[in-house]
Design a protein around this ligand. Structure first.
Ligand code: PLP
Length: 384
């Protein structure tokens, strides 16, 4: 037995996966750009890879780190979070039943409605409430989708409770854990079958890569189908993007700890502000999902929050326009803080209130961020 200490996932990702590359003993993984790999005279593939559509060694560091972070059996990188999610749904057979939340990433919800129609999959939506999901799962189902905290109002769902109900209904549970991140929540340990991430967000963390990931608890027949989809369709990041992702993951823990602590401070400051009607943040004791979040999220409540501005849509848009440190942009999970008037991005049919501003808190000095919000809101109070 080895007397080396067992390495924690946090230590492993701080070292980018911890491998030393041959033949030069580089402590940073090189970028592998080849699209194809030489066969041995006997016809075998001694390097283990055949063709780079889904076998580029560039994916290995991030996939190994994801397995360690989520305590999964296997992981796959994809070209985007959307393509990772789509690979799951496209691995279902026509006639199967999906139960998905109204509160989920809006573009995926729209895609799922259209895809379900075309593919002959029955999709039933539930309000983000544990009892409502259980009621939907009194009928048999094949796949349950869950996002927690859910974009952009951050409703919290109880993953363990959903896993029990899903199992009883004969369904797999898949959790979009993009916002919770592996730093704060481990869905597989709570009973989920698959975890999905938009790696574009916190995993990469620098607003310079679009990527997605799936991690599985079991390498079963359903996982094999997902692998086949990726192999045949090649929805993979390029080698440089995969390398950047693995580099970004090195700082996952310190980034998330700082951003989450800052989000909690901003949430408290906004809750005390007279121009703010409501603060939506799982870390606030008055937030409806706080009790479940406290049990399910370890070490923090994440770095996403939303504020509802008194005065409605116009006031909310004014606040966004007056912010100067927060950048007005969609997306989330990077080192720089972002603000977004979410209803206008989602467009017609959105369920997002029009007075809501979504804040992605970065790692700037938190006092600068609070000052920025205060000055933007002070204008609103003076101007009415
Ligand atoms: N899931 C969540 C929670 C998201 O916020 C997003 C993107 O914003 C996605 C999935 C889709 O990921 P991507 O943009 O990488 O395709």
């Amino acid at each position: 037995m080895s007397d080396r200490p067992q390495t924690s996932a946090e230590t492993l990702v701080a070292q980018g996966g911890g491998r030393v590359a041959e033949p030069y003993r580089e402590i940073v993984e090189p970028i592998h750009v080849a699209t194809t790999y030489e066969r041995a005279p006997d016809g075998g593939y001694p390097g283990g890879a055949v063709y780079s559509r889904d076998q580029n060694p560039a994916y290995r560091p991030a996939e190994e780190m994801l397995c360690a972070l989520e305590d999964g059996r296997a992981a796959l990188l994809f070209a985007s979070g959307m393509s990772a999610a789509a690979a799951v749904f496209r691995s279902l057979d026509p006639g199967m039943r999906v139960v998905a939340p109204h509160a989920m990433y809006w573009a995926l919800r729209n895609w799922l409605i259209a895809f379900g129609n075309r593919w002959g999959i029955e999709v039933d939506f539930y309000e983000p409430d544990d009892a409502e999901l259980e009621a939907q799962l009194e009928l048999p189902a094949d796949l349950v989708w869950l996002e927690t905290p859910a974009n952009p109002s951050w409703e919290v769902m109880d993953i363990a409770r959903a896993a029990t109900a899903a199992r009883r209904a004969g369904a797999r549970l898949v959790v979009d854990s993009t916002v919770a991140t592996p730093v704060f929540t481990q869905p597989l340990a709570l009973g989920a079958d698959l975890v999905m991430h938009s790696a574009t967000k916190y995993l990469n963390g620098h607003s310079d890569v679009v990527a997605g990931a799936l991690v599985t608890r079991d390498t079963d027949a359903f996982w094999d189908r997902i692998c086949l989809h990726r192999a045949q369709e090649g929805a993979v990041p390029g080698p440089f993007e995969a390398w950047l992702l693995a580099r970004g993951m090195r700082t996952l823990f310190p980034r998330l700890r700082q951003a989450s602590a800052s989000a909690a401070r901003i949430a408290d400051a906004m809750a005390a502000h007279p121009a703010i009607g409501a603060v939506l943040y799982p870390g606030r004791p008055d937030f409806p999902g706080h009790v479940v979040a406290s049990a399910q999220m370890q070490g923090g409540f994440g770095a996403m929050l939303s504020i509802r501005v008194r005065g409605g849509e116009e006031a909310a848009r004014q606040v966004a326009s007056r912010l100067s440190i927060f950048k007005r942009a969609t997306s989330l999970g990077s080192t720089e803080s972002l603000v977004e008037h979410r209803a206008s991005v989602e467009g017609p049919g959105t369920r997002c209130p029009d007075d809501l501003l979504r804040l992605s808190v970065g790692i700037e000095l938190v006092d600068d961020l609070i000052d920025d919000l205060e000055q933007a809101l002070a204008g609103i109070r003076a101007g009415g």
